[in-house]
Design a protein around this ligand. Structure first.
Ligand code: ADP
Length: 633
């Protein structure tokens, strides 16, 4: 800023001309002289230029007219003169008023010109128009303020740094010169200004120095994303050079995007996972041994079908065609099922669904059975737009089972008839061998022994036939009685009456808990009890009377009945085998039997939807368990 013009010229007449000349030259300055009261007496052309008054408008006016009305009201002009009168000069910088009323910013000095005896002669005022400078300063201040506000209020981190280079001209560190309030949030660094990054992170990643060094040298701004391992963060950065090149200063606008990066990585991972799952599903779809077809719309147009489905329909054209056009021979059951799924949204699941179908396209519709699942396809809004049909052709199995059932029925009938018919010749062998022995009279010991063999074989044969008959009878009758309820107390009572004498002979003690009602048939279930109880008595330990306990335990929808004895037991590894036909673990001469009793039990229990199994060990007794669906409580 220029010094205010000094004007300590004495008011002598011989100098007046020189003085006037001088002030006229000073076009940039407004200079005027007043009388001691402040009335304007002399001016220079600068006054007109700066304040807009003409000469005749000035002369005799009080100096006050150039002040703004506010300053005048506040008594500024008078105060200024008083200061100048007292101190010799009064510097001043303020808005003044032009003749046209507009403002002009003026830097000026009022000087009191005094005689050598100190008497005030006049005032001189020298003024300079600094409006432009003021405006520039104002603009600068506004922009500085704006910058500050931005600096302080932005969410992004902002800082300026000085890049530090080593002797080889390589950037190796940088010092923070300025940092905005958000800086701390984005870096976690507290009190960074004045310190270098290495003071915080000694092993700061080299790429940061390379990038900032480059910017400081070349002046080319850079925008990048980089991790800062030492800070454990990821940044999005815009950096540019500021100041003079030799100052090596860089301004950095940055943002911690660690969370965003992590989310991106996670999203990437999820997308990959989804893609992998999609591929897996596609593979399953392509390789599934079950036939899958996707049907859309009320017309059931084929959208997708896997290779198994193509195989099922033997090369018929599928995709884009109406299902009804592909397999017109399908019975109404299939269509009913489709429409039910479309209207109710409930999946349709059926095993061995009977479907008339012309597989080889020779116009002969054959019987087919499929295990099917028709599942509704829903749109995002929940509306049902189609069906996924999963189909497994089980025709082969159904036919095989039907055949097996037919053969079994024949076999059972044969066993029934044969065992029945065998009884008659056996009775003959029995009676005639007895008759023969009686007729022959005295027999040798050896002959007696032979007759004994015949008799005991006949007895055994009789037992076998009896058991076989009972087994085949089970087969014939069980299935028909599945749906009735049976009171197990009653079944047990029936069984006990059958083994009464045997129980008395062995001195057996048979106890039982209250028994429930189950789904089954009393007579059939009494056979089960009878077989298990007679085994418990038969396989008793020598010299130890049998003790048998019967328990009942509820398990969800079924009852488990246990028959426990204190007999000789058996090898637990044989626990499954003994339920097979004619399977025995003990010798006939020690423990007579046919090996059919448990097979009959198994047959009965399984027909009612239950299971039968055994637990035992040699010498520790045996427990036989069977389960049956619970009846009404
Ligand atoms: P059987 O008793 O006529 O031989 P089962 O089918 O009733 O035929 O039994 C098969 C085999 O299981 C028996 O031969 C016997 O070895 C064994 N077994 C059955 N019940 C018991 C039991 N309570 N204790 C020991 N072993 C038994």
């Amino acid at each position: 800023m220029a010094e205010p013009l000094r004007c300590d010229i004495p008011a002598q007449a011989d100098h007046a001309q020189l003085y006037q000349q001088l002030v006229a030259e000073l076009a940039d300055f407004a200079v005027f002289l007043t009388d001691p009261m402040g009335g304007i007496t002399t001016w220079n052309p600068g006054v007109e230029r700066i304040l807009g008054y003409r000469e005749n408008e000035w002369i005799g006016q009080p100096l006050q007219i150039i002040f703004t009305p506010e300053d005048r009201a506040a008594g500024i002009p008078g105060r200024e003169m008083a200061v100048a009168a007292r101190d010799g000069r009064a510097p001043d910088i303020r808005w003044h008023q032009r003749k046209d009323g507009s403002g002009v910013f003026i830097e000026g000095t009022l000087v009191a010109l005094k005689a050598s005896d100190g008497k005030l002669l006049r005032f001189s005022k020298v003024m300079r128009d600094i409006t432009e400078r003021k405006k520039t300063e104002e603009a600068l201040r506004v922009s500085e303020e704006r910058y500050r506000t931005l600096f302080n209020s932005i969410d992004e981190g902002f800082c300026t740094i000085e890049v530090l280079f080593n002797a080889n001209g390589k950037a190796h560190d940088y010092r923070f010169l300025e940092a905005n309030p958000a800086f701390e949030k984005h870096t976690g660094l507290v009190g960074a200004v004045g310190r270098t990054i290495r003071e915080f992170v000694p092993h700061h990643d080299a790429h940061w120095f390379e990038i900032y060094g480059g910017i400081a040298i070349t002046g080319l701004p850079a925008r990048f994303e980089n991790p800062a391992e030492g800070l454990g963060r990821f940044y999005d950065v815009y950096a540019f050079r500021i100041g003079k090149p030799e100052e090596r200063q860089v301004a950095i606008l940055f943002k911690d995007i660690t969370a965003q990066k992590a989310a991106e990585t996670e999203r990437e991972r999820l997308l990959q996972q989804i893609e992998a799952e999609r591929q897996r599903l596609e593979q399953v779809f392509a390789e599934a041994p079950v036939a899958i077809i996707v049907l859309r719309g009320p017309e059931f147009v084929v959208e997708l079908a896997n290779p198994s489905y193509h195989h099922l329909v033997q090369g018929r054209e599928l995709v884009g065609r109406r299902f009804a056009d592909i397999v017109p021979e399908l019975g109404s059951d299939v269509w009913d099922a489709f429409h039910e799924v479309m209207t109710t949204g409930v999946p349709f699941v059926r095993d061995e669904f009977y479907v008339p179908y012309d597989r080889d396209g020779d116009s002969v519709v054959e019987d087919y059975w499929f295990n099917v699942l028709y599942h509704p396809l829903r749109e995002a809004d929940g509306a049902i737009s189609g069906i996924v049909a999963v189909t497994v052709d089980v025709t082969h199995q159904v036919r095989a089972r039907q055949e097996l059932e037919r053969v079994n029925r024949g076999l059972e009938e044969f066993a029934h008839v044969a065992s029945h018919d065998l009884q008659e010749p056996l009775r003959m062998v029995h009676s005639y061998s007895q008759l023969l022995a009686r007729r022959l009279g005295d027999l040798t010991e050896e002959q007696k022994e032979f007759v004994g063999f015949i008799q005991s074989s006949v007895k055994r044969m009789e037992r076998l036939i009896k058991d076989l008959l009972s087994y085949s009878r089970t087969v014939h009758t069980v299935g028909e009685m599945v749906t009735s309820d049976a009171n197990l107390e009653e079944a047990l009572r029936l069984a006990l009456s059958q083994i009464e004498s045997r129980a008395a002979e062995t001195g057996a003690v048979i106890t039982h808990e209250p028994l429930p009602t189950v789904r089954g048939n009393v007579t059939q279930l009494s056979h089960v009890f009878q077989n298990l109880l007679s085994n418990a008595l038969k396989y008793q330990k020598p010299g130890q009377p049998p003790e048998v306990q019967i328990h009942a335990r509820r398990q969800e929808e079924e009852w488990v009945i246990s028959v426990r004895d204190n007999g000789i037991g058996f090898d637990p590894r044989q626990a499954e085998r003994i339920f097979g036909l004619f399977k025995r673990l003990h010798r006939e001469d020690e423990y007579p039997g046919t090996g059919l009793g448990l097979a009959i039990c198994k047959r009965i229990i399984e027909r009612y939807g239950g299971r039968i199994w055994a637990e035992s060990g040699p010498g520790v007794g045996s427990t036989f368990h069977f389960s049956l669906p619970a009846g009404p409580s």
